[in-house]
Design a protein around this ligand. Structure first.
Ligand SMILES: NC(=O)C1=CN([C@@H]2O[C@H](COP(=O)(O)OP(=O)(O)OC[C@H]3O[C@@H](n4cnc5c(N)ncnc54)[C@H](OP(=O)(O)O)[C@@H]3O)[C@@H](O)[C@H]2O)C=CC1
Ligand SMILES: CC(C)CCC[C@@H](C)[C@H]1CC[C@H]2[C@@H]3C(=O)C=C4C[C@@H](O)CC[C@]4(C)[C@H]3CC[C@]12C
Length: 275
């Protein structure tokens, strides 16, 4: 029953679908835009750097996107979050998939006591996700669409050196897991997929943590595809790479101190110098 009940992913599932991808000028978001383009979707991508977005848009068109547009600006500004959704309405008259992926600058070091940094990061990584969801829900209800929220192992488990970032990712779990319940109670066919990612080899991640990791990160291209698949199949959560994310989560509630020491041992903490 388990094997036969599982629906298979087919790239055609995304053909002609209208998709917003945030933080798509580089990293995992950029790779998601390319996969969606190959599948023949309409894409609207966002980030701050216009020049990079223009390049990604033209690559998307070359790869076969049904259409490709961008909107640039910082997600510190909730007005931008709403404007992006309005732009989708203007361009396509509806929306099938909202992929929330952008994050603000994250340092990997001992918490420095900077509360303003946490406030800003909560706005970029959390509040703008909520603002986009609020604006997009009417269109998603109409299409029976999906919301994909990109999170992290650090949004489920306490990892050292990322306290502000971790707070924003835990917040996403609380908000979107609660909202998922309400949508089910009200019989609204909008799916919410929380994507729990481990270490992925993006340029930003490599620059930030290569000195503390003992192994290289997982490929961003495959990661991007798994995120899209999990959303198309309307899964509750994605774990990628599966074992390195899933096993710590299984240990978490049964042996939390053991998991914490395992985590510390996996990192070259001696290479982190208080800044
Ligand atoms: N890489 C990893 O190891 C892991 C990543 N993740 C998650 O995956 C997602 C993508 O990560 P990754 O690809 O590494 O990130 P990148 O740093 O490669 O990309 C971040 C994107 O967000 C944009 N961005 C940055 N600041 C802002 C801002 N203020 N307003 C709007 N957009 C902004 C960037 O473009 P620009 O600078 O032009 O604005 C860029 O497009 C994130 O949600 C992250 O938490 C989770 C676990 C591990
Ligand atoms: C059980 C343990 C062995 C797992 C440890 C995994 C840890 C080390 C992994 C899992 C998720 C990873 C972080 C992440 O989510 C996103 C980013 C943003 C990027 O801009 C800079 C790097 C950063 C902070 C990653 C740092 C390393 C993290 C904490």
């Amino acid at each position: 029953f388990y094997f036969y009940s599982k629906e298979d992913f087919k790239p055609e599932m995304l053909k002609g679908k209208r998709v917003i991808v945030t933080g798509a000028s580089t990293g995992i978001g950029e790779q998601m835009a390319y996969h969606l383009a190959r599948m023949g979707a309409h894409v609207l991508i966002t980030a701050r750097t216009e020049a990079k977005l223009q390049k990604v848009v033209s690559q998307c068109l070359g790869l076969g996107a049904a259409s490709a547009h961008y909107m640039n600006g910082s997600m510190e500004d909730m007005a931008l979050a709403e404007d992006v959704v309005k732009e989708a309405k203007r361009l396509w008259g509806g929306l099938d998939m909202l992929i929330l992926n952008h994050i603000g600058y994250t340092y990997f070091n001992y918490f420095d006591g900077d509360i303003e940094h946490i406030r800003k990061l909560l706005e970029i990584n959390f509040l703008s996700y909520v603002a986009m969801t609020v604006s997009a829900l009417p269109m998603l209800k109409e299409s029976g669409g999906s919301i994909l929220v990109v999170s992290s192992t650090a949004g489920k488990i306490g990892i050292p050196f990322v306290a502000p970032y971790s707070a924003t990712k835990f917040a996403l779990d609380g908000f979107f897991s609660s909202l998922r319940q309400e949508l089910i109670i009200e019989n609204i066919s909008v799916s919410i997929t929380l994507c729990i990612l481990g270490h992925i080899a993006t340029e930003t991640a490599e620059k930030t943590i290569s000195h503390v990791m003992q192994k290289p990160g997982a490929p961003k291209e495959e990661c991007a595809l798994e995120i899209i698949k999990s959303g198309a199949l309307r899964k509750r959560e994605l774990y990628y790479p599966y074992t390195t994310v899933r096993i710590p989560l299984l240990i978490r509630d049964w042996a939390p101190d053991f998991l914490d020491s395992l985590t510390r041992n996996r990192l070259n903490v001696e290479n982190v110098k208080r800044s």
